[in-house]
Write a protein that binds this ligand. Structure first.
Ligand SMILES: Cc1cc2nc3c(=O)[nH]c(=O)nc-3n(C[C@H](O)[C@H](O)[C@H](O)COP(=O)(O)O)c2cc1C
Length: 200
């Protein structure tokens, strides 16, 4: 499988966790890494180029810090502009059918905070539901998210271990040793046009 990582961090120079994740991916063949803020510092996204990129990959990973229970702004801008009606969804819009979408995020909050009784009141899966439904509307499979919680408070060795497990996941998806269909988010059922995309 060809993997596309769309990475977004508005202050990468101050990053610890996302940089550790990027370091873990360094040099991986068959994995395309796009730094959205570096490519589009003024948010002027080249839609044709981004659509072309999507069509060349099977697994699309949105990798970013969790900001205000969602993504940094450029991910939203990318969605708004690139996932066009008649292309990604709507009448005739099945170009992404059969592909896989996954979030790879880092949070400031601990794992325990992301529960109904925790201080963030919702589970990660619930907060990521707009991405889940975006995948569904675009006839894609939504994979269980990869999350590093509170990585900035981890000892360096623990953060390295977490970043390596991210690399292992990406490598497994790339090589086929991890079947993405066995890694769907809990409760996600494949959208009707997903299988049309598989036959493309
Ligand atoms: C503007 C902003 C919003 C944030 N919102 C959240 C949030 O909603 N939930 C959370 O757990 N952490 C939040 N954080 C913490 C970041 O997610 C965390 O510091 C980041 O994932 C660590 O990765 P980094 O070292 O690569 O920046 C926020 C941080 C900033 C700067």
């Amino acid at each position: 499988m060809k993997i596309l990582i769309l990475h977004a961090h508005p202050r990468l120079s101050a990053s610890i966790v996302q940089r550790a994740m990027l370091r873990a991916l360094d040099g991986l063949e068959g994995v395309s890494l796009v730094d959205l803020y570096a490519e589009y510092p003024d948010l002027a996204i080249d839609v044709a180029r981004e659509q072309h990129r999507l069509l060349a990959h099977d697994v699309i990973v949105l990798q970013h810090p969790f900001y205000w229970y969602s993504s940094p702004a450029i991910i939203k801008e990318w969605q708004d502009l690139v996932l066009e009606n008649g292309w990604a969804y709507g009448p005739g819009g099945t170009r992404l059918a059969g592909r896989f979408l996954m979030s790879a995020v880092s949070t400031g909050g601990s794992e325990q905070a992301y529960h109904h009784e925790g201080r963030n009141r919702f589970e990660m899966e619930e907060l990521l539901s707009p991405f889940n439904q975006t995948a569904w509307l675009c006839s894609m499979a939504w994979l269980a998210p990869f999350v590093i919680h509170a990585g900035r408070r981890m000892p360096p060795a623990a953060l390295s271990t977490a970043a390596e497990s991210y690399r292992d996941l990406i490598v497994g998806l790339r090589d086929g040793s991890i079947d993405p269909l066995a890694r769907l988010a809990p409760g996600y059922s494949l959208p009707p046009a997903f299988s049309e995309g598989i036959r493309r």
